[in-house]
Ligand binder design. Structure first.
Ligand code: ATP
Length: 363
């Protein structure tokens, strides 16, 4: 069982009169990779800044190891930050960029306990060496930042933030400036680094694929509130509401009515599903993932429709099908020509039934 390290307790944040975080309750475990995920402006960076101590919440408490740290300044929090604009010192080489925080540290003079002296050069060499190993840049010590690729510069920024052994690393869209291929490589790299150093990473992104790839825990946010907290699998397979279903992966979100336990009615057809706990005649949102829909001959389908659009996506086709005016997205390895009539079948597990929420009908 992971131990809780940081807790935000009823944290709210207002800028002028606008409430941008609303009564947030959230905890971060020791050694976990947690991602704050949500659309632009939902409050991710503000949450991160509160954890880092750069912003004081308007109300609520920030606890570190159970101790209130609202008034503790950033540099005393054992928490470091990596930003998207990594801002390495251009005049310092890789070694000195990483060593920077260590050169500011002081230790007791063994000959005179009352005096503070810089860390020994040996220790600095050893700790920077460890970091160079972790980020895979041994041999690059003497390069200046402008002689490094974007990915290499970002690794140096991460090493620089880890060298003084914080308990938590905050990362605010650190891969945003990299191209897609490099970003994917760096996602794997970051996860590996986190496991190697064994500390908590709190990561901010609006990229759902990035969040699913790297995280132990994902916190989905919208409009200053938490919509769902869970593992990537939980969030993808069991979205709590239409917002999460729409934001994570691709979804068909359809108005339905429960007929009875494990039976839902869509467009006048009854479908067997596996979700219970809803009242008969209760209006619900039904989410069906495009990859959970099977295309079959018309006479074998639950319902039939007309293909209106087909796009080749490499691994599969994205097929838009019109069911009496309602458009669904289906992903299939089979090609269906535009204009063809098709039947579709959905396994009971393919229906995700959720309560109506403020997001219903908006997708
Ligand atoms: P993005 O992905 O675009 O960075 P975000 O989810 O990180 O967005 P925040 O940066 O936390 O969102 O901003 C949340 C809201 O707070 C936004 O509406 C933003 O305009 C507002 N905000 C943030 N900082 C300030 C500030 N210093 N003064 C006034 N409003 C602010």
């Amino acid at each position: 069982m992971s131990k809780e390290l940081i807790r935000l307790e009823n944290c709210s944040m207002a800028f002028d009169d606008e409430l941008v975080l609303k009564d947030l309750n959230l905890y971060f475990n020791d050694k976990e990779f947690l991602t704050l995920l949500g659309p632009s402006g939902c409050g991710k960076t503000t949450t991160l800044r509160i954890v880092g101590g750069f912003t004081t919440p308007t109300s609520g408490n920030v606890l570190f190891d159970g101790v209130r740290i609202n008034d503790v300044p950033p540099y005393k929090r054992q928490i470091n930050t990596v930003f998207q604009k990594y801002a390495l010192f251009p005049h310092l080489n890789v070694f000195e960029n990483i060593a920077f925080a260590l050169r500011l540290q002081k230790r007791e003079d063994p000959k005179n306990p009352k005096r503070k002296i810089p860390l020994a050069e040996e220790e600095i060499n050893q700790r920077v060496g460890e970091m160079l190993d972790i980020i895979g840049l041994k041999g690059f010590e003497h390069r200046k930042p402008d002689a490094l690729s974007g990915g290499q510069q970002q690794r140096v920024a991460i090493a620089r933030a880890l060298v003084n052994r914080p308990k938590v690393l905050l990362l605010d869209e650190p891969l945003g400036a990299l191209d897609l291929k490099l970003r994917r490589d760096m996602q794997m790299e970051l996860k590996k680094i986190q496991q190697q150093v064994g500390i908590t990473f709190i990561y901010v992104t609006h990229d759902q694929e990035e969040a699913l790839t790297m995280s132990d825990t994902i916190v989905v946010m919208d409009k200053g509130t938490i919509q769902q907290i869970g593992t990537p699998e939980d969030i993808y397979n069991e979205p709590k509401n239409a917002f999460v279903a729409d934001f994570i992966g691709e979804s068909n979100i359809i108005d339905g009515v429960m007929v009875k336990d494990c039976m839902v009615r869509l467009y006048g057809h009854n479908f067997t599903c596996v979700d219970g706990g809803f009242a008969p005649n209760e209006a619900v949102d039904v989410v069906i993932r495009p990859e959970d829909i099977d295309i079959v001959p018309v006479d074998q389908g639950h319902i039939e429709g007309t293909v209106t659009d087909v796009t080749f996506k490499g691994m599969q086709y994205d097929i838009i099908v019109d069911f009496r005016g309602f458009k669904w997205l289906i992903q299939s390895t089979d090609h269906c020509p535009v204009g063809s009539r098709i039947g579709v079948k959905i396994d009971p597990e393919g229906f995700h039934i959720m309560k109506k929420s403020e997001y219903s009908g908006k997708f």
